[in-house]
Design a protein around this ligand. Sequence first.
Ligand code: URA
Length: 211
Amino acid sequence: MVRGRSFASARTDGAGGERDRPESWRREWESLSAEIRACRLCPLGSIRTHAVVYRGSASPRVVFVGEAPGAEEDRRGVPFVGRSGRRLDAAIERVGLRPGEFGVLNVLKCRPPGNRFDRSAARTCRPYLDRQLALLAPRALVSLGASALRSLDPQAPAVLQAAGRPRPWRTIALFPLVHPAAALRSRRFAERWDSDVARLGRWLALGAKPL
Ligand code: URA
């Protein structure tokens, strides 16, 4: 069995490594992805170019959870493919995750105007995220930015307090990071990003155990 074959970033919703998963899993994943692509449950559905579903492994150890697609993601239908995505991919490589070991998705599947996180849309979108995570069944989540953290864990402290320390999330663990876009904008956030990514690497190397 080939565990965690590498993802194809050009695919909008394909999870690489489907061969690890039974046919029933594949059908369920494809059907959920099609539902997301066709979704019109909130106003963002009518202004998007593409709904942005997932990129990565069908059997990820770690799933990175971003906030919402930006302009490039909306254009291409793939999460984190712009400048923030390059920053994220460099960090993923740095922490030693291979392509078959991780996945990337967002809380919001459609781009909000002005890239402002839309909480009402996030509530509507939430069942998609929960269903994706239930199917992917990762060992750990990494939230990217304050809105992703708060969406996953409304009780979490402010992102600068929470970042860099794993916390319990359901039966697994959640490791918050600041958003890679913040690291591109500010030196202070860039330093924080770098030190927390180093912590993430050490934590993963120790097995990313539930807390
Ligand atoms: N920022 C996000 O939170 N997600 C993306 O997919 C791109 C930028």
